[in-house]
Design a protein around this ligand. Structure first.
Ligand code: NDP
Length: 298
């Protein structure tokens, strides 16, 4: 039976640590940390994600300084909102919730976020810092995966890691972080010829393809560590609670893996926690408090 890499449990433990750091440093900082989640339009899934992030902020003492703009807001107005948040000294982190409504181009808006307040770690400068191994806010989902692996005692140095997916949001930064931890990394994508042949080489397999239940036992080497980033809502009866699944066929893979993340309760909660970590780390830095990022992570 594989070890469960339990994201809910780890997220709760890290939140406790963050709450303590915020409470202990509040007087010295003179103000609480502030996160602005900027939502444009009414995408229903985004509504749930934003509410989760806001609840997590309030649990640990981060002030929610976000804004919700109507779907028809012109790009110039979204841009000026970002600029106002950049200039606001009470804001330590800014997150532009994606997807944006049709007609709004996310590229220039994401680029307008002050890189020092980039709570999502997706600004070009911060992706460059990751590439160069320089400090800076890291992309939340892959950094959350790294925290789960560290807490689970998964050794990465010298191991063969395979990442399925090469998006800027997950796959690419994931591969860079695994490489920085001295794994030997390959990336599979939609044009990879024989995906199962590649993934079977993995000691650590991270799947972020966005394809429900695509990875089965035939893709996994016995004893591998399997991290499932995918998250999908399965069709359900009207009124019933939506069921979720990942990119991995959990019931097939769990018996042969040495460790595995569940969906839900694996990577998802860690993504929100790393958003909090980035915000608290930025707060400490902006308020001149000494708080090594390593203390906030396992
Ligand atoms: P994208 O759609 O941006 O990227 C998917 C990647 O997977 C692409 O690189 C694509 O290849 C590759 N891919 C697609 N199909 C296949 C296939 N059949 N074989 C091999 N590779 C394939 O998705 P994201 O990276 O944004 O997200 C991936 C998943 O992670 C989604 O399910 C998303 O919901 C989930 N997610 C979960 C989060 C969490 O907190 N748990 C946070 C963020 C995302 P190519 O480049 O060739 O097109």
């Amino acid at each position: 039976m594989a070890q469960r890499l339990d994201g809910r449990q780890l997220a709760a433990a890290l939140e406790e640590r963050l709450e303590r750091v915020v409470a202990e440093r509040l007087a010295q900082a003179g103000r609480p940390p502030g996160l602005a989640v900027l939502r444009v339009g009414d995408d229903p899934a985004s509504g749930v994600y934003v509410a989760n992030k806001e609840k997590a902020c309030s649990r640990i003492g981060i002030t929610n300084l976000g804004a919700h703009l109507p779907a028809e807001t012109p790009a110039a107005e979204v841009l000026s909102t970002i600029q106002r948040l950049n200039a606001d000294p009470a804001v330590d982190g800014i997150l532009l919730q994606l997807p944006l409504p049709d007609g709004l181009d996310e590229g220039p808006l994401l680029a307008a976020i002050d890189p020092e307040k980039d709570a999502d770690g997706l600004h070009t400068l911060n992706l460059g810092r990751l590439l160069k191994g320089e400090p800076g806010p890291r992309s939340c989902t892959p950094a959350g995966v790294m925290a789960l692996l560290a807490a689970g005692g998964v050794e990465l140095s010298g191991k063969r890691a395979v990442v399925v997916g090469r998006s800027i949001l997950v796959g690419q930064p994931m591969a860079l972080m695994l490489q920085a931890a001295n794994a030997t990394v390959s990336i599979g994508h939609s044009r990879t010829k024989d995906l199962a042949e590649l993934t079977r080489q993995a000691d650590v397999l991270v799947v972020a393809a966005g394809r429900p239940r695509m990875i089965g036992a035939e893709h996994v080497k016995p004893g591998a560590v399997v991290v499932d980033v995918g998250i999908h809502r399965l069709p359900s009866e009207p009124g019933a609670k939506a069921k979720l699944c990942g990119d991995v066929r959990f019931e097939e893979v769990e018996p042969i893996a040495s460790a595995i993340t569940p969906v839900p309760g694996g990577v998802g909660p860690m993504t929100v926690t790393l958003l909090l970590v980035n915000t608290v780390a930025s707060w400490c830095q902006r308020c001149g408090l000494d708080q090594p990022l390593a203390d906030l992570l396992p």
